[in-house]
Write a protein that binds this ligand. Structure first.
Ligand code: OKP
Ligand code: ZN
Length: 347
């Protein structure tokens, strides 16, 4: 399968994320993409580099103040200031958020802005976050272009991932919502309806928020029940879309620890909804953290099951763009990705 990849992803290599009250090495690190790339090459997939679409297709999904915040963050963070005479040199993690008890007003101060534009303390903003996230989005956009040029399917080897990123919020290791940016690009290039299927273990809260009131983009997600799983505050079954988008959002939360037949039954339900929507193309948020060996998730898919997932998606008969999302069992992540893609291609 045609694969889009750039080394720019390496520029996002955070020192640490906050887990259980202590700083731990980032689960979301460059070795993930290295392992996927190695298997893509071993499988002999054609590989291209992303082309630069500029900021416009990012701004079609994300708020301009948020994009400016990410673009200028590192130079502001490292500039000498009242808080740091020398300027800060280490990664940034947000430490305060405008929750229910606060006003929703963008602060002028960079520490206030960090919380205003984020949702968790697991997502460090680093010296290379802007270029890495920018090129991750360009990777998805370039994959979308190949569908527009007539290709049956493409794999955007995106890193950092995107599905937790909302219009003006980063978190869950995500900065720009690559799948949403690609879906919007397909719409803006003439496709009438696009479906997004999110098979990552975690609910794609950002993607849901971006398209929640729209009837032209269907969002379907299979994920760990937010009553017990990250991101906790969105992804419930009663979230069905709003206004014109009523009925265009389908959440299929499954109990933590669900087995493979349960997950496959949810996939069947997802495929039925996608077929009924009659989209002109499908974007798949391809998280591989449903794998049995994933260190932060509880589903039980094996490498061979991922092949069946790809084969089922192919039966929808849609042009399909796969965008890499999560997956933290670094050893087998590449085999699992290629298993989906080969399943789709019937190999
Ligand atoms: C991102 B994606 C584990 C901390 C979990 C957030 C998980 C983000 C998942 N102790 N932190 O959807 O794979
Ligand atoms: Zn995930």
């Amino acid at each position: 399968m045609l694969t889009v990849y750039t080394e720019q992803h390496r520029l996002q290599h955070g020192n640490a994320e906050l887990v259980d009250g202590t700083l731990k090495p980032c689960f979301e690190n460059p070795s993930r993409a290295d392992m996927v790339l190695a298997e893509v090459d071993r499988a002999g997939f054609e590989r291209i580099a992303p082309t630069d679409h500029g900021k416009a297709p990012i701004l079609a999904v994300h708020r301009d103040n948020y994009v400016r915040f990410l673009e200028t963050f590192w130079s502001r963070w490292t500039a000498p200031s009242r808080r740091s005479k020398t300027g800060r040199t280490y990664d940034a993690l947000p430490l305060i958020w405008p929750t229910r008890c606060f006003r929703q007003i963008e602060p002028q101060d960079i520490d206030g802005q960090l919380g205003y534009f984020s949702m968790d303390a697991g997502t460090p903003v680093t010296a290379g976050t802007w270029p890495a996230a920018y090129w991750s989005a360009q990777t998805a956009l370039t994959g979308a272009d190949r569908l527009l040029a007539g290709e049956r399917a493409a794999f955007a080897l995106c890193r950092p991932p995107g599905h937790h990123a909302a219009a003006d919020v980063f978190g869950g290791y995500c900065f720009f919502n690559n799948a949403a940016i690609a879906a919007q690009h397909l719409r803006d290039s003439g496709l009438g309806r696009v479906a997004i299927l999110d098979v990552d273990y975690h609910h794609g809260n950002g993607t849901q928020q971006i398209f929640y009131d729209r009837a032209d983009v269907l969002f379907v997600s299979i994920h760990g029940d937010p009553r017990t799983e990250f991101p906790f505050y969105l992804g419930f079954a009663d979230e069905r879309g709003a206004g014109e988008g009523e009925g265009c959002n389908l959440n299929l939360p499954l109990p933590a620890g669900s087995d493979v037949p349960t997950w496959m039954a949810a996939l069947e339900q997802a495929c039925t909804a996608i077929a009924a929507f009659r989209p002109d193309a499908l974007v798949v948020s391809l998280g591989l953290d449903t794998y049995e060996g994933d260190p932060i998730s509880t589903f039980k898919l094996k490498t061979a099951d991922f092949h069946a997932v790809g084969a089922r998606l192919a039966r929808l008969g849609l042009q399909t763009l796969f965008c890499l999302e999560g997956g933290y069992a670094v050893g087998p992540i590449g085999e699992n990705a290629v298993s989906v893609l080969n399943g789709f291609d019937g190999h």
